[in-house]
Design a protein around this ligand. Structure first.
Ligand SMILES: [Zn+2]
Length: 1017
């Protein structure tokens, strides 16, 4: 079956052998190694977020790295000295947590190691030591990257726990501290109570960045005994619209003593835990059922009124305090809960007149201008828009968001809000918040995750904790933020859509905890109890790739001097501070002056990073910190030039996850399909930000496509022509253009057409590559040009030129160019083919094809289009009349009509005139075309004809001094016959002007330039 066929096809390429051959050739020839170049060759420095070695890479990881590799290979072919290095990120707690689980003999983890990652059992035993885990997967990932053919300069590899790297991070932190950007204080962080450590994206299950919001806890009081009923809200300004409190009658609440018995509060058990993490001292007093609170009254001491406590099911134990202040006039949940309650009123056992409880409007929406698309302007509208039926409706979340945004940005406080009346909601919110917090017994601050639950990799649920005496990087610094905003405006960001997202992140970033009590990494220089965490020690490491080469290469013998290296070394290398003699002295003369200077020169040469690649999940943390830290530490000329962000990878349309079992290690996939196929299958399904969808069907069809390319090369090898080339030592490079333009080879129209189309291909692919529109580029290379080759073959067959030398030469040439274009994407098969075609040097160092504008041939392109349309029109007439004609008559337009056409084309293209009257006037004014007034209908149709053409085609036609339709048709007569599948029908061609033409139906007068009239007999 299909399977067998594929198997036998696949057998004709031994992928494994081919990959090994090229991997070792690249290595032997040092093709990926980049050094300082004193001839001033332009450099290009590409980096990707380095991997965290706690598992092997899977197909999903392959996307970012493959994309960066394609980019690196492309830039190399564009003539740049490309540096593409790689390091390994050991820092942090996850590896430590894993080794703890191995010690605890966690079967789930051990099974994963054994079955999913194929780790040998003895090796698993060694995983009780965290560094062994890192080393094992480090090696595994590196082999995978080599198998994928990534063009990495491995001489620069390092890990973040290397001795000198730690010194570098120490230097980074001292530099930040000198600038006042490290602060110690009390700030909220995501927290794992088990590990007793702050958590960030790297530490959480599913790699979720913990995000939390600041709530205002407003203290209502039980009217009967003053016990506090705290409610958490993001909208303190709505306090004037509170009509009641909600509690869930089925929940058990706690009555707790807070902060040494100064106050008694009623909250849920979950809330009391959260309060403890926010540094409140809590003692549980007793429990109380929600039911017992229903029907009682609470005092609002701000407005000094009593409001009833009512039941609502939407109130959850794990949200806020479990008690909600109800603002039905501005909160969709409250509005709906009130409606629900009024419906069930006969079931209620308390004695409150619900008809007295109605939404209170305290905010009015102001429309900035009348063009605003008014979808909703009130809670009632939102309830209708999202078709909400009850308080469990999922649409309430979105309704709440919509109302929140609308009122926040366009709301004004109404007169029933006292001194806040007339104020913008944004301002009122701030003022009311400050007023409430100024008095301790009115309100407090409360933090909660907005994307909960957040689970630590150790399996425990995380909380927001206010940490005292913790070390933070102060991303809240206003001046720092301002500089980063300005920088983002100048930075190249691909895709462009993300620019605003970066600005938003910069706006909301606050102090960030930068150290932990445990894990691998570098100690905080001034407080050795703390270890710098993983999203803080990985923001300027690209600079370290310059230094690591000198450490790794034996010939510099730097390893023995590492202990002597002092911070002045980094000051000099990275900032140019001090002088090289003093630096050498400070390092106890263990490094020579010339070596220090060499490192500095290489740094100046390669820095800044020209392109930084990463996945989208790193926008809110790593990529933004990367910008912040470069701005703080380096001179402006060393700030990175570009950020490239890509989306994630789905497996057969589904998210990859261990529970679905669809995680495929990269190396397993390569063994089965070959590296080129995997690279293309990951890259071809989407542009940058979209999710890529990896599927095995795509992989199989790509493998067949690559095999087809391979077979074409075998075919060309067997052709006589190929022997001629290889005998004469002709290179199959751009020199062929010169070769093809010699007078020995008179090119036919179709030859010029294909070469012209090839220029278009090169142009389109190059344009796509410049903005990394990879999918578009690949489609053009792999599929679109196939159609042109196919058509070319039809045209040469119609002329019986099958074995023509020129034809073969052109086909080899086009094929060679295509292989070059393909090579950054599928490097292995491309090298193999390129080499088999007689090219000695590797594609890695070959030149990216350039467009030869003089080879773009408007005449051949327009005549090809002309023939295609004419054939199509003839076929259409045959289809309508439902019988084959005896003869075909074609009438081409008169030279007068051509004159008018050319004049109108000029008017439209150069002056953009579209008005028929004006065009007619201009034609009549010109004595050359004044006769146009006799045939207004022709002029009108011609204007329509031209406007319906593509701009490219209009420009082409403008360039043509003449377009001899009759000889073009004669040249393609056989082709037209072939296309209508009858060689026996004579085709007779007339000019409209010919006196004795056969024209029984007077068709010729309908002919127009590029649109001959047709008569079928
Ligand atoms: Zn944990």
């Amino acid at each position: 079956m299909d399977n067998n066929k594929e198997k036998s096809n696949n057998n004709s390429i031994n992928w494994k052998e081919l990959e090994e051959k090229w991997k070792s050739r690249w290595k032997e020839e040092h093709l990926f190694e980049a050094d300082y170049d004193n001839t001033n060759k332009k450099k290009y420095f590409i980096t990707v977020a380095f991997p965290y070695p706690n598992s092997p890479q899977h197909i999903g990881h392959g996307r970012t790295y493959s994309l960066a590799d394609v980019h690196a290979r492309y830039m190399r072919m564009k003539g740049y000295n490309v540096l593409f290095p790689m390091g390994f990120h050991y820092t942090g707690t996850p590896i430590l947590a894993m080794s703890k689980r191995v010690i605890a003999e966690d079967q789930d983890l051990i099974e994963t190691f054994k079955n999913l990652y194929n780790v040998p059992e003895n090796t698993i035993k060694s995983f009780t030591e965290p560094e062994n885990i890192a080393k094992f997967f480090h090696n595994e990932i590196k082999l995978g990257m080599q198998d994928m053919g990534y063009s990495i300069d491995w001489r620069r590899e390092f890990t973040t726990i290397d001795n000198l790297y730690s010194k570098f991070i120490t230097w980074q932190f001292k530099t930040l501290a000198k600038k006042g950007l490290i602060v110690q204080g009390s700030h909220p962080v995501g927290w794992c109570p088990y590990d007793k450590n702050p958590v960030s994206q790297h530490d959480t299950i599913g790699d979720v960045e913990p995000e939390f919001s600041e709530y205002i806890l407003i203290k209502f009081r039980l009217a009967e005994n003053d016990v506090i009923l705290p409610t958490a809200t993001l909208r303190p300004e709505t306090i004037f619209g509170v009509t009641n409190l909600w509690v869930n009658p089925d929940i058990e609440y706690l009555i707790i003593d807070v902060d040494n018995n100064t106050e008694q509060w009623i909250v849920t058990k979950e809330a009391s835990i959260k309060l403890e993490f926010l540094n409140h001292r809590i003692k549980i007093n007793k429990t109380i059922k929600g039911n017992e609170l229903i029907g009682k009254f609470a005092t609002d001491i701000i407005r000094n009124i009593n409001i009833p406590i009512l039941p609502a099911k939407f109130v959850k134990t794990d949200t806020g305090t479990g008690i909600v202040m109800s603002v039905p006039g501005h909160a969709p949940y409250d509005f709906q809960a009130l409606i629900d309650l009024k419906k069930e009123t006969n079931l209620l056992s308390f004695n409150i007149d619900l008809s007295q409880i109605n939404p209170i409007k305290i905010i009015e929406i102001q429309y900035a201008n009348s063009n605003d698309n008014i979808l909703i302007s009130s809670v009632e509208d939102a309830i209708l828009k999202f078709e909400i039926n009850n308080q469990s409706d999922l649409g309430l979340e979105r309704a709440t968001n919509d109302i929140y945004h609308l009122e926040y940005y366009q709301g004004k406080m109404l007169p029933n809000t006292g001194k806040y009346s007339g104020m913008d909601v944004q301002l009122a919110k701030e003022e009311i918040k400050n007023y409430l917090l100024a008095t301790k017994n009115l309100a407090e601050i409360f933090y909660e995750f907005v994307n909960k639950p957040i689970k630590c990799r150790c399996g425990n649920e995380c909380f927001v904790r206010v940490l005292n005496d913790q070390w933070f990087i102060n991303y809240k610094d206003k001046e720092w933020k301002r500089q980063v905003h300005n920088y983002i405006d100048e930075l190249s960001i691909l895709p462009e859509d993300l620019r605003q997202e970066f600005h938003n992140v910069v706006d909301w970033l606050k102090e960030r905890a930068c150290a932990r009590k445990s894990g691998l990494g570098t100690k905080l220089p001034w407080d050795h109890e703390w270890i710098i965490e993983s999203l803080s020690d990985s923001v300027i490491y690209m600079a370290y790739y310059i230094i690591s080469k000198f450490v790794n290469e034996e010939k510099y013998s730097m390893k023995k001097s590492l202990n002597n290296i002092d911070e002045s070394f980094f000051d000099y290398i990275l900032l140019g501070i001090g002088n090289v003699h003093d630096v050498a002295k400070k390092c106890n003369l263990s490094i020579s002056i010339s070596l220090i200077q060499e490192i500095r020169n290489e740094f100046i040469y390669f820095y800044p990073v020209d392109s930084r690649h990463s996945g989208r999940d790193l926008v809110p943390n790593h990529l933004s910190f990367f910008l912040f830290n470069h701005v703080a530490i380096f001179e402006k000329k060393f700030w990175p030039h570009q950020i490239v962000v890509n989306g994630s990878v789905l497996m057969e349309g589904k998210k990859m996850s261990k529970s679905i079992g669809n995680i495929i290690p990269l190396r397993t996939a390569i063994q089965e399909y070959g590296a080129d196929t995997i690279r293309l299958a990951i890259l071809i399904s989407s542009e940058l930000l979209q999710d890529a969808d990896f599927s095995f069907d795509t992989a199989r069809s790509i493998r067949l496509k690559l095999l087809e390319f391979y077979n074409i090369s075998r075919h060309l090898l067997n052709s006589n022509f190929y022997n001629k080339i290889s005998n004469s030592n002709l290179s199959l490079d751009e020199s062929l253009y010169l070769d093809l333009s010699t007078k020995d080879y008179p090119l036919e129209l179709e030859d010029r057409w294909l070469i012209s189309k090839l220029q278009r291909l090169i142009n389109n692919v190059t344009k796509s590559m410049e903005t990394l529109r990879i999918r578009e580029a690949l489609h053009n290379i792999l599929y679109v040009f196939d159609q042109d080759i196919h058509w070319y073959k039809k045209r040469i067959n119609a002329k019986k030129r099958g074995n023509d030398n020129i034809v073969n030469k052109i086909l080899v040439f086009c094929f060679s160019i295509r292989i070059k274009l393909l090579s950054p994407f599928a490097p292995f098969i491309s090298e193999e083919i390129w080499n088999s075609l007689g090219n000695q040097s590797s594609l890695v160092s070959s030149k990216w094809p350039s467009v030869f504008n003089e080879k773009i041939d408007p005449l051949s392109e327009e005549s090809d289009e002309f023939i295609k349309r004419l054939t199509f029109d003839i076929l259409n007439i045959i289809k309508v009349t439902k019988k084959l004609p005896r003869k075909i008559y074609i009438y081409c337009s008169s030279s007068d009509k051509q004159k008018i056409y050319q004049k109108i084309l000029k008017i439209i293209t150069l002056t953009n005139e579209r008005n028929f009257g004006n065009t007619m006037k201009e034609l009549i004014q010109d004595p050359e075309t004044s006769f146009a007034k006799k045939d207004p209908s022709f002029v009108k149709k011609t204007v329509e004809d031209i406007l319906s053409e593509s701009i490219e085609s209009r420009n082409n036609r403008l360039k043509l001094s003449s377009f001899d339709e009759i000889s073009i048709i004669k040249d393609s007569q056989n082709l037209i016959s072939n296309e209508i599948e009858s060689e026996n029908i004579p085709i007779i061609i007339y000019s409209e002007e010919e006196k004795d033409k056969f024209d029984p139906k007077s068709k010729s007068r309908f002919s127009r330039p590029y649109k001959p009239a047709i008569y079928l007999e």
